[in-house]
Design a protein around this ligand. Structure first.
Ligand code: PEP
Length: 250
């Protein structure tokens, strides 16, 4: 929908044992057959597979990312993973502020902003997620909720560093439901406007991904919407055929 190279990023969530590397290999082989691939491709696997997939992905033209990172580079934080560790394992991206982390771990906009800042400091591109719940949309608050999340979650460093925004309506994630194209266009236009207000010309080039039940059957039309600069894909990124079809539609 624009001159911005689209990014199609897969989010494997808490799925994937080493056997799943075969599916990743298959994706790489299918991508090699795609003559005029327009999109940049990334997969964010569980941290246990990150190093192996980064190594394979480097051969196949697939970038990798983490699904979260801690705000500190190291320290006494049992079970957490720092942005520097993701980078060290070969990642180029880090998803931050996914709605499942906001819900399961109570992450606030301020925490998400710190994580995004840590990702940038480690040399990663943060994929900063925002999106309203069903109740918020029904109450007519979708725009204001997303505006508040953007203002609070996107660090000032976005003015001079690469960041990606992912608009993911919570009610569309893993449900098979999607907003209308008109609703997606309206939200992405609004996000673009806010980015330009805050970051000037830089805000024109920040990728805004759509996420939420993106699949082969709806990818073509959603990815063609103005100001949709790619997609964040959950369920459909686990199967090479489905993910490949979405990449081909970009
Ligand atoms: C996600 O969780 O980022 C997502 C978009 O999930 P799904 O594609 O499964 O709705």
């Amino acid at each position: 929908a624009s001159e911005i190279t689209p990014l199609i990023a897969g989010n494997w969530k808490m799925n994937g044992l080493s056997a799943q590397l075969a599916e990743f290999q298959l994706l790489g082989e299918k991508l090699a057959t795609l003559k005029d691939r327009r999109a940049m491709v990334a997969i964010c696997p569980p941290a246990t597979l990150l190093a192996a997939m980064s190594e394979k992905g480097a051969v196949n033209g697939i970038a990798t990312g983490g699904q979260d990172c801690h705000a500190s580079p190291s320290g006494a934080h049992t079970g957490d993973i720092s942005a520097l560790m993701l980078k060290d394992a070969g990642a180029q991206f880090a998803i931050v502020g996914h709605s499942e982390r906001r819900a399961d771990h109570g992450e606030t906009d301020a925490q998400v902003r710190e994580k995004a800042q840590a990702a940038i400091a480690a040399g990663l591109t943060p994929i900063i997620c925002v999106g309203e719940t069903r109740a918020e949309r029904e109450a007519g608050q979708a725009d204001s909720v997303v505006a508040t999340q953007l203002a609070g979650s996107v660090p000032d460093a976005a003015a001079a560093n690469e960041v990606v925004i992912a608009y993911e309506p919570v009610w569309a994630i893993g449900t098979g439901l999607t907003p209308t194209n008109a609703d997606i266009a309206q939200m992405h236009d609004g996000i673009r406007k806010l980015l330009v207000e805050r970051f000037g010309g830089r805000g024109e080039t920040i990728r805004i991904l759509y996420g939420g039940s993106l699949k082969p059957a709806n990818a073509k039309e959603i990815l063609a919407v103005e100001n949709v600069n790619g997609g964040l894909v959950g369920g459909a990124s686990l199967l090479a055929n489905d993910f490949f079809a979405i990449i081909s539609a970009a």
